[in-house]
Design a protein around this ligand. Structure first.
Ligand SMILES: [Zn+2]
Length: 76
């Protein structure tokens, strides 16, 4: 699936992000600094925050979406 069909499939950014969030929750979030596994979801920032060290993990870090040029990802 290329980026064009990806965005066409989801229709808009929110639908796309919501889908990414659901997929990410299934995979699980692991902190990049200390490999922490317990995170809060901060909806206003579309980030996870670690419950112990407070480090932030963006929705797309560590996934194939990281580094892509999708417009909304650059706002995260
Ligand atoms: Zn942590």
């Amino acid at each position: 699936m290329n980026l064009f069909t990806f965005s066409a499939h989801f229709g808009d950014e929110n639908a796309c992000r919501q889908h990414l969030k659901e997929e990410r929750d299934k995979i699980g979030v692991v902190g990049q600094l200390f490999s922490c596994k317990n995170h809060y979801w901060i909806k206003s920032r579309w980030n996870y925050e670690c419950k112990s060290c407070r480090s932030r993990t963006s929705l797309c870090s560590g996934t194939i979406m990281q580094g892509s040029n999708l417009s909304f990802l650059t706002k995260l």
